[in-house]
Design a protein around this ligand. Sequence first.
Ligand SMILES: [Zn+2]
Length: 319
Amino acid sequence: MLSKWLKPATHNQQSRFAPKTLALLAIFAASYALPSHALNVFVCEPEWGALVRAHAPHANIYAATTSRQDPHYVQARPSLISQMRRADLAVCSGAELEIGWLPMLQARSNNAKVQDGQSGMFYASEYVAMLDTHDHVDRSMGDIHAHGNPHVQFAVKDMPRISTALTARLVDIDPDNARQYQANGIRFRGHWHRQITQWEEVAEPLQGLNVVGYHGTYRYLFDWLGIAQVGDLEPKPGLSPTNAHIHSLAQLGADAVDLIVYSSHQDSRPASWLQQRIDKPVLELPLTVEGDQSLTEMIDIVIGDLLKQTGKQTHLPVQ
Ligand SMILES: [Zn+2]
């Protein structure tokens, strides 16, 4: 029955417009409604993929690393080079986190857009009030981050500044979609500011907590929430834990430490060795987002896990 009613309409259309005209109209409509091509965005770490998605949901995002990889040490594989070659924008932590592999990708990509100083190369740490900067660096300090701590995915207070800068960069690269990027940026920052208020409220019991960490991964988060990292499983930044060093940490005494923390991409054994000596809980925290998680979910999980493991609180407020 339906086809009976549709047929005359189709017939009328064909009689009024030649097929070639219709095809041209279709092409014009498609090119008018869609951007010339979806942006190709290369992110060094998954957390920046989540940030880009919140601002440019139609972008093709390729993450160079996963939550199980150490972002300090990555092999500059051909697949990474070819992804870098087609990128309109690359988003990385910067501050030398990726110094062992990103410069090689940039050089081998032959892509002028993603070289340092170009609008297609975005370093999140440039918009963060850096912690642990050093005036003087030498080999005796270990494999240290001379330009400050680059693990800025947990620089919660500075995330709105990163968002503002990323929005401006997207507008610069793809002005046709400027209004969309600006609206998404405003939405992200509004949501994030409301989250900060909630997170600070719910995490208040964590103030004064003494933690032995494993590298400076949560430095910004701890600083924000008033948590002290009283020891590090690494004898020096970037150096693997040793028995002698774990022994020296045990000398801190059980009263000086509330919790031992390591990250999802790290070996859990050094934390267990220290636990055997001082009998304090061990907690694995995420390094970054998993799958399609948002940055908000990542921070929710970290704060929720800290609260649970320390017995301070067992739930987050309903979103
Ligand atoms: Zn590091």
